[in-house]
Design a protein around this ligand. Structure first.
Ligand code: ATP
Ligand code: ZN
Length: 293
């Protein structure tokens, strides 16, 4: 169906659930069942291609798909490995955060990237690693592995590894220690520079505006409080990520006003305590479900 916007999404894995959650928060009504390759969105002309994450950049570059949701690590590996790959990051999505790191056995002589000269490094990200080594004038050999990279030093395949790390627990369990981060990654929406037909473009713009709404409402809160009129300026400065609260005089008490604001950054208990110190009372913090600017 050429008129339906196609988005490639990881079918199963660490990126899949949060990708589906994001699309559902954008109001897309679909279900992923069995081993189907395609999930049809019922309420918008969008099809989801359910694939392995490594295939997503290539699907977008080759026009099998218009857009894709993929880890920045996979995107970077593909664009550094293939020349003239026509794909670009359209949005950073803020989930599936992880780092591509260099690590070596604890207590080994390798403590710093410069110690890697004439050593072997195991990785599933050869293009990113080779680019890093070249940019840093390090003369090391890259040993490509499809998985279980963290085992490489133990079985003497390599002296160090270059692998994804989130909490570090897997590395620690294998006696490895990170000494350098070479890429900070999160899920990204990728697209190409091709022109979309008009109706696909309209659907894409609607989707993008909804994605922006989901991203910006994620850490946003609506805050309501009562405050002494002479404290309004000080209290406004304390509201995280908000510069123009709505101020409503309270007729019951002339010295008090009600303030309401959208805070685009986290509101912590410490924030509420600081507000209370400045005379704010009846402070309410409410979640924001959707936002559209
Ligand atoms: P596939 O079967 O689709 O090829 P995979 O096994 O290659 O999947 P996953 O392990 O599901 O990949 O990871 C998918 C993506 O999730 C990674 O490319 C990365 O962007 C992100 N990711 C990897 N490890 C973590 C982690 N520990 N925490 C959060 N996100 C991660
Ligand atoms: Zn993969």
């Amino acid at each position: 169906m050429p008129d339906r916007l196609r988005i490639a999404v990881q079918k199963k894995g660490r990126l899949a659930d949060e990708s589906f959650t994001l699309l559902k928060k954008c109001g897309l009504n679909f279900s992923v069942r069995g081993d189907g390759l395609l999930a049809r969105v019922k309420n918008l002309p969008i099809d989801l291609l359910l694939v392995r994450d490594d295939d997503i950049p290539n699907f977008v570059a080759s026009d099998a798909s218009d857009f894709g949701l993929v880890g920045e690590n996979v995107f970077a590996e593909e664009i550094m490995g293939v020349k003239a790959f026509d794909i670009k990051i359209v949005r950073r999505l803020g989930f599936s955060r992880c780092n591509l790191c260099l690590a070596a056995v604890e207590n080994s002589a390798i403590k710093d990237p410069s110690d890697l000269n004439n050593k072997k490094i195991a990785t599933s990200y050869p293009s990113i690693l080779k680019t890093y080594l070249k940019n840093n004038n390090i003369n090391a050999t890259c040993v490509e592995m499809k998985g279980a990279v963290e085992l490489a030093p133990r079985i003497n395949i390599a002296d160090a590894i270059c692998d994804l790390v989130s909490s570090g627990a897997t590395l620690e369990a294998n006696g490895l220690k990170v000494f350098e981060t070479i890429l900070e990654s999160e899920a990204v929406l990728v697209g190409s520079n091709r022109t979309l037909v008009a109706n696909k473009q309209r659907v894409y713009e609607r989707l993008l505006s909804r994605i922006d709404g989901v991203i910006s409402s994620k850490d946003s809160k609506y805050i309501m409080l009562n405050a002494p009129e002479d404290q309004v300026d000080i209290i406004t400065k304390l509201l995280p990520g908000s510069d123009a609260p709505t101020i409503i005089p309270l007729s019951a008490d002339n010295n008090l006003v009600a303030m309401q604001a959208v805070c685009t950054e986290n509101v912590f208990w410490e924030t509420l305590e600081a507000l209370k110190d400045k005379g704010a009372r009846s402070i309410l913090v409410l979640p924001i479900e959707k936002m559209m600017n």
